[in-house]
Design a protein around this ligand. Sequence first.
Ligand code: URA
Length: 242
Amino acid sequence: KVIQRAPSQHLGPKYRPDEEKPSATVSTKVTHENVTVLPQTPQLIALLTMIRDKTTNRADFIFYSNRINRLLVEEALNHLPCLPQTITTPVGRPYAGVQFEGKICGVSIMRAGEAMEQALRECCRSVRIGKILIQRDEETSLPKLFYDKLPGDVAERWVLLLDPMLATGGSALMAVDVLRSRGVPEDHILFLNLIASPEGAANFAQKFPKVRIVTAFVDQGLDEKNYIVPGLGDFGDRFYTL
Ligand code: URA
């Protein structure tokens, strides 16, 4: 396994001198054109510090991971097409703005991806959300599709695919296969995750270079059990287990 060097950066606004800014480990750089990493702001790094900390309790883990999920959804929405729209304000003046074009839906990879649904619902009122369950087959130890429930018109929608941890990418790649088999164009899929491994990002860039990955952070690598390091442990356990 390759563990990348951890880059460090002074955090804070440009106008402030480096001596007055704390330095912290920031996202590993990736060169794949299809990967968008959130700006490494003090706020994002503080939120990630909370959820990575093994002493953070479940209530805080839920609260802070949800805040990062909101940032991911807001960023992902910036990648959707929009059209110019001029409106009139209450004082009778025109304002040249934009409006979103096209329909969207969420698709969560169960169970951890369901933890990102709330943030999507908060940003997109009454959004349709489908589900995909992929688990390791006991016999072959390869990922296997167990269940899916997708909007009937999924092929006409932009899909925000939700899974908080991109480790090897096995499940997410299979989820993209499922979406493509239902007619969703590869470049209409946005894959949102909190933490990605360089391996997972590279696997996606190789197999589905048109799927846009929106992630908060690219970590250093994977350990022998394919946990992301430094990572945050098992996301589903920390989010769902009391
Ligand atoms: N899934 C998790 O929950 N954590 C990891 O580190 C990798 C995959």
